[in-house]
Design a protein around this ligand. Structure first.
Ligand code: GLY
Length: 394
């Protein structure tokens, strides 16, 4: 029995076959999104002014709800500005990106949780990649040295949260923050950071995955012996369900780990995570907030999970030698991007100051349900830029 989603993916594969007309159509779609993003980001820059608070999610009237620099999402607004600058080369976006990036300078020493990678790599990391500013490089390297202060060698992982509910919680999201460490080692940091990132990825590969390729959101360890206490959820429906953004972090996180290490175990793990993600998508390729949410199909979607997964799937398709498999990954990513670029997921014509609609921070906590999230926008723009680069090099 073939699911709706697989049927649509196969159809896209057949007509796409990397044919030039389809590639051009995707370029037109992404050009239109960047016109919209340009207007939305200009308006946000203007409305936020000199604020030291960063946009995170939209309020019901569409205006940004803002947060202090210590929030895990603070790097995404400067990151969106860098993406916009990368696309347009417009000096207005470069100076705004620099201004918003530099407000995060104190965060290079932040040790309260694992999120320093999201904060610093998406802001200063993109800034260094696009400008070569040596001061930015120094901040990223310091942030990597700070991140490993949360590593416990007995557990073999960086501790995600100091939450008394769990002894030593490690969340699947934390895979993404290893990018900071791998990058730092390539850029002159001590090789111990590479060993720490490897250890964290290996432990996550071993303990976060279920036999069907789905993931636990949280694994709690015993901090003395490093034993797994159990698998749990914080933002998903239940301990045994699969929170869709967590699964997306796994897809992208292990793809990124393979990029830096060329360790085939990470490639295989990314492919397993991707297989579960793709096989459980609804027809429009934007997942419900949890793959096992009890009220499906009357449950909120999570556009942020779709956007993160699209980034991972595009890149993973380039590492996957089996051609039909690679094309399936690529075609799924394209289908996600097409959906996010159009109604009901595009914010065009809505009061939202962001670019996408219909994301969820935490349904169990009733926090930011069915809103624009700044990180959905960030990964959506990133995926579109990746797609443009990949199409140009075909
Ligand atoms: N890393 C936090 C989240 O994905 O909600």
């Amino acid at each position: 029995m073939i699911s709706n989603c697989s049927r649509i993916t196969l159809f896209v594969l057949l007509i796409a076959g990397f044919c030039p007309a389809v590639a051009q159509d995707m370029r037109d779609i992404s050009a239109k999104v960047f016109v919209h993003a340009d207007a939305q980001l200009r308006r946000s820059i203007l409305e936020l002014g000199d604020s030291l608070r960063f946009p995170r999610a939209t309020n019901p009237d569409g205006a940004w709800k803002t947060i202090p620099i210590t929030d895990w999402t603070s790097g995404f607004f400067p990151g969106c500005l860098w993406h916009m600058y990368e696309y347009s080369k417009d000096p207005h976006f470069r100076s705004a990106a620099e201004r918003w990036t530099e407000k995060l300078e104190p965060m290079q020493y932040f040790i309260d949780n694992h999120d320093i990678g999201f904060m610093i790599f998406n802001s200063y990391g993109n800034g260094y990649r696009l400008t070569g500013n040596p001061a930015y490089r120094r901040v990223v390297l310091q942030a990597a040295r700070t991140a490993v202060k949360r590593f416990n060698p007995r557990v073999g992982c960086i501790k995600s949260w100091d939450n008394p509910k769990w002894e030593y919680p490690v969340i699947v999201d934390n895979m993404m923050n290893l990018e900071l460490l791998f990058w730092a080692v390539q850029n002159g940091a001590d090789s111990s950071l590479y060993r720490i990132a490897m250890s964290h990825a290996e432990r996550t590969m071993k303990n976060h995955f279920r036999p069907d390729g789905s993931t636990f959101h949280v694994i709690s360890y015993d901090s003395t012996e490093g034993r797994v206490i159990g698998g749990y959820t914080a933002q998903g429906y239940s301990d045994s369900s699969t929170w869709s953004r967590g699964q997306a972090w796994a897809v992208y996180g292990f793809t990124m780990a393979y990029r830096f290490t060329r360790d085939s175990r990470f490639l295989h793990t990314a492919q397993r995570a991707a297989g579960y993600f793709i096989d459980n998508l609804p027809a429009d390729h934007v997942p419900y907030w949890d793959f096992k949410a009890p009220g499906i199909p009357n449950e909120p979607r999570d556009a942020s999970a779709a956007a993160i997964a699209a980034c991972g799937l595009l890149e993973l398709s380039t590492y996957t030698e089996d051609k039909p498999h690679s094309q399936r990954l690529f075609a799924t990513a394209e289908s996600i991007l097409r959906s996010l670029a159009s109604a009901p997921y595009s914010s065009a014509g809505s009061p939202s100051r962001g670019i996408t609609l219909h994301s969820v921070t935490s349904k169990p906590a009733n926090a930011e349900v069915d809103v624009t999230l700044i990180y959905a926008d960030y990964y959506f723009l990133e995926a579109l830029l990746k797609h443009r680069r990949m199409s140009a090099s075909r």
